[in-house]
Design a binder for this molecule. Structure first.
Ligand code: GLU
Length: 480
């Protein structure tokens, strides 16, 4: 008998932007489910009201859509297991917490934040790992009742066994053993009545019939508590897969300080979604051979959790740039022109026709890493007048050899038809044989005359893009 189709979820908290690590988690969930004909659920975990950011959930949804990750169920999509926003499910969590209280698997804790902080400081001073000292666990029923009658605020904590150990399996990390004495009596319901992440997450994964929990390694320390909660409720736990950490180049945990971590930063810089997705897919997973370029559809076919590694994956921006360059140059000219359009205009270049924009952008496609690179390549086209800034450049152009090159080039160019890169190159060769001047002495005066720069795009291409008349005009302008 084959296993039922998986149901997986991406469960972000709307606390800001979509982190590249979040994109990787969403992507792996998506790929895993798609490959096996399963369903992908988007669930918004917004129970921490102190960290809630207005509009963040909408931003997450639109960024994921931009990346091409589609969900089968979720807010605004629908499905049989909604609502998919945790703040709309409060009663469900309260009822489940009540059930654990009734069964003696949880207890009310009346400790104030000040008391908890004092106890924490004491433990830290004694060099112990801070954990709740469980003083409310021993309160009598009558004590609890009278505190409640007095209106004392309380939290609900899970009653972790005091001795023994637990075992569980992780699809990436293998067997894990955990001693109960290292697990805190986790708060399940906060004093504001909202559930903590732990309770809401487990209850929802169960009620939404999630079969596989695929998430970042930073949640691994929470996994024992989650497994215990499944035991407390008498539910079968889903399979778990904790994905390796994303690292900076120096192998510290990926952080904002060492580069962009928000997907929207890459989006606004013109990175292509297909390139980012391809790059992110390989952060912690490999196909088992040396293939690197994958479309989303190919990834759906190839991805498997078995090939997810335990080792942290370095977020190498150079590699992302390489992917982006590959995808940019594979774009049809019209799309490339559209992607580069804002940066062409920012560089002061307005194409007269779409065909002209496509021709220009195609000429530089193989030199682009990100679309904004086009700006530097196009600067020469926007110059009204070529002014040589340095004395060195002016002397170079004024030399008699340079002048010979410029005069001969202008004379030949005047009647050259057609006018495209190969003809211009042939023409430069002709100038070389007519004047006997070659190399730098041949190219530099021409380059400076056309762009005022010693370095830049291919000379033939520059002349082609300028057109014959403008090329001749710029060359003649430097003839003394
Ligand atoms: N809400 C958690 C987050 O923000 C979800 C963790 C999980 O997938 O269990 O990442």
């Amino acid at each position: 008998m084959s296993a039922p189709a998986p149901r997986v979820r991406f469960a972000p908290s709307p606390t800001g932007y979509l982190h590249v690590g979040g994109l990787r988690t969403a992507l792996y969930n998506y790929l895993f489910a798609r490959g096996l004909g399963g369903r992908v659920i988007l669930r918004i975990e917004d129970t921490d009201r102190t960290r809630f950011v207005e509009g963040a959930a909408e931003n997450l949804a639109s960024t994921l859509a931009w990346a091409g990750i589609a969900f089968d169920e979720g807010p605004g999509i629908g499905g049989d297991f909604g609502p998919y926003v945790q703040s709309e499910r409060s009663e469900i969590y309260s009822a489940h917490a009540q059930q654990l209280l009734n069964e003696g698997k949880a207890y009310r804790c009346f400790c104030t934040p000040e008391e908890l902080e004092a106890s924490r400081e004491k433990q830290v001073a004694e060099k112990r790992d801070p954990a709740y000292d469980r003083r409310c666990r021993a309160l009598s029923e009558a004590d609890v009742q009278s505190r409640m009658d007095n209106g004392m605020p309380f939290t609900i904590r899970m009653k972790v066994p005091l001795v023994g150990q637990m075992y569980f399996h992780d699809l990436v990390r293998g067997e894990i053993t955990m001693h109960f004495d290292s697990i805190d009596d986790q708060v399940l319901i906060k004093s504001d009545g909202f559930p903590t992440y732990h309770l809401a997450n487990v209850v929802d994964d169960h009620l939404m019939e999630i079969t596989h929990v695929i998430r970042g390694e930073e949640w691994l320390p929470s996994a024992p508590k989650h497994h215990l909660l499944y035991d407390f409720f008498g539910w079968e736990a889903p399979a778990f897969a904790h994905l390796p950490l994303l690292l900076n180049a120096d192998r510290t945990k990926l952080s904002k300080r060492q580069g962009d971590v928000a997907v929207e930063d890459y989006r606004s810089k013109g990175y292509l979604p297909a390139a980012l997705v391809n790059f992110v897919a390989l952060l912690g997973w490999n196909p088992g051979d040396d293939r690197e370029l994958f479309t989303l559809a190919e990834l759906e076919k190839t991805f498997s959790l078995e090939r997810v590694s335990k080792a942290g994956a370095v977020f190498d921006i150079e590699k992302l740039n390489w992917f982006n360059a590959q995808y940019l140059r594979a774009l049809p000219p019209a799309e490339l022109a559209e992607v580069c359009g804002p940066w062409m205009r920012a560089a002061g270049f307005e194409a007269e026709t779409p065909a002209r924009a496509e021709a220009v952008v195609s000429a530089f496609a193989s030199y682009l890493t990100v679309p904004s690179d086009i700006g530097a390549h196009l600067r020469f086209l926007t110059l009204g007048q070529v002014t040589l800034e340095s004395a060195e450049d002016r002397d170079l152009v004024a030399s008699s050899d340079s002048q010979k090159v410029l005069v001969r080039f202008a004379d030949l160019a005047e009647t050259q038809d057609p006018w495209a890169t190969p003809e211009v190159k042939a023409l430069i060769k002709q100038v070389q044989s007519d004047t006997g001047i070659k190399g730098k002495g041949l190219f530099m005066p021409l380059r400076l005359a056309l762009s005022a720069e010693q370095h830049g795009p291919d000379l033939g291409l520059m002349a082609e893009l300028l057109g014959r008349e403008e090329t001749v005009r710029r060359i003649r302008a430097q003839i003394i």
